[in-house]
Design a protein around this ligand. Sequence first.
Ligand code: GNR
Ligand code: NI
Length: 182
Amino acid sequence: MALKPIIILPDRRLRQKSEPVTVVDDAVRGLMDNMLETMYDAPGIGLAAIQIAVPKRIIVIDIARREDEQAPADPLFLANPEILWASEEESSYEEGCLSIPEYREEVFRPAKIKFGYLDRQGKRQEMDAEGLLATCVQHEIDHLNGVLFIDHISRLKRDRIMKKFSKSAKRVSQEHGATSAS
Ligand code: GNR
Ligand code: NI
């Protein structure tokens, strides 16, 4: 397994729509393993393939260790996930994203969902979720469609955070330019 760099705002690839997986083969399982290791290392509770610059509809999730680091791993591997049903009722959660480091904001989403996906063996599965798992699945499926959690908050807050990340990217590239020029 290998750790992969996680891309962050304002990287335009985060706005790209990911492509479905045709078959869940060893290459896809290898990618899932790299994603899981990268997610645990970050640490995070979910990761979409596009966050390591791979535009495929693949997600890994493990919410088990969030409160207890010693809890046994309980990973979910999802290929081509889709929301089949979402409740009218919404709930809010203070979300964060590994691609938008050090920023958290309250996001409202359907409280309960039913979703379908292909598992690690390529077998079609359906699952119901509520609470943090429902939030996380929706956050990750958004990534596959080029959507970020800041798209669900006010425009004022979104513009502020986008500006902050664009500025810091510019500063980094200027610093690199200055180093190579000197
Ligand atoms: O690690 C993560 N924590 C989190 C907290 C609340 C709602 C969603 C998430 S997902 C995030 C990892 C990530 O960026 N996945 O795309
Ligand atoms: Ni995210």
